[in-house]
Design a binder for this molecule. Structure first.
Ligand SMILES: O=C[C@H](O)COP(=O)(O)O
Length: 314
């Protein structure tokens, strides 16, 4: 894509955004599925597996996003984020704990000095259906309480209706409200209907200032499928080639096993490249992946699986 096309997309008009996004090359859906399936069959050596598991742990955004969340649950999760395996201090800490905005202050206090970030969902998560003013209040409150990362949802209704300008402007406004906090933009790919839309939404979010693009809220199925993550990894790769700016990727929702995590890491390496194989550029949003990573880690070290009650609940 010529630079002039990219420059034109910065003009804040729906016509220019539409022209840019619909001018992106179409996604070969069959090809994307086939490539993701092919890459997911790659096996890795035992020594590489140990490294991959530790990397995956360091990439986890340990998430609780339930209506029944309590300060006590968030404190327990924070403890687990810092010391995932109480019996093995060599187990690395996770990247961040991800909570609703009203629980940010609790997480920040519990994680003070730990190096684990606090991410907060915002902007009327998970639906995204609220006036922009309310979304900005939500964002500013989370940042004021100490969130270092904001996970915003896009307005899928506006996107699907072709109102790209509204989506663009909301992301720009939320980015500004974030201040120094990093902004992850959730596309909710399970509602975007086509892979072409996933590519368009990725570019729209990146153009508007996203630091990360994230697949899903975890509240809609399908969530983080490998072909969708592949399309988003292609987008960040191509965006960096065009602009020199590197954007992170966060698949989230339904990632529960070490196998799932390693398939994602293979995808990152093969599609975007090893520059993305770092928690700064790739995260795994998950509420119940960490225990499986810890179990597989212990199995590699000791040769036996720990019992089912060994780890605290995710
Ligand atoms: O952002 C993370 C997701 O909400 C987690 O989804 P999950 O509960 O399916 O792991």
């Amino acid at each position: 894509m010529p630079d002039t096309a990219l420059a034109a997309a910065t003009t804040a008009s729906n016509t220019s955004l539409r022209s840019f996004l619909h001018g992106l090359p179409g996604v070969d859906e069959v090809g994307a599925r086939a490539r993701a399936a092919d890459l997911s069959t790659r096996s890795i050596k035992t020594s590489a597996k140990a490294q991959a598991i530790d990397l995956a742990i360091r990439m986890v955004d340990l998430t609780t996003l339930e209506g029944a969340d309590t300060p006590g649950k968030v404190r327990a999760l924070a403890g687990k984020a810092v010391h995932p395996d109480p019996a093995d201090p060599s187990a690395p800490r996770v990247a961040a704990v991800c909570v609703y905005s009203d629980l940010v202050a609790v997480a920040v206090e519990a994680l003070a000095g730990s190096g684990v970030g606090v991410a907060s969902v915002a902007t009327a998560f998970p639906s995204g259906r609220a006036p922009l003013e309310a979304k900005l209040v939500d964002t500013r409150r989370a940042v004021a309480d100490g969130a270092s990362e904001i996970d915003m949802v896009i307005d899928r209704g506006a996107f699907l209706a072709g109102d790209y300008l509204k989506v663009h402007e909301e992301i720009v406004a939320v980015k500004e409200a974030c201040g120094s906090a990093h902004l992850k933009v959730i596309l909710e790919t399970g509602e975007l209907a086509t892979y072409d839309n996933v590519r368009r939404a990725s570019w729209l979010a990146m153009r508007a200032g996203a630091d990360f693009i994230k697949t899903s809220t975890g509240k809609v199925s399908p969530a983080a499928t490998l072909p969708v993550t592949l399309v988003m990894l292609e987008a960040v790769r191509d965006f960096r080639a065009e602009t020199g700016r590197q954007i992170g990727v966060k698949p989230a929702g339904g990632i529960r096993t070490t196998k799932d995590a390693i398939k994602n890491l293979v995808l990152v390496n093969e599609v975007a490249g090893e520059d993305w194989l770092d928690p700064e550029w790739f995260r795994l949003g998950a509420s119940s992946l960490l225990n499986d990573l810890l179990m597989q880690r212990t199995k590699l070290t000791t040769g036996v699986y720990p019992g089912p009650d060994y780890y605290t609940l995710d």
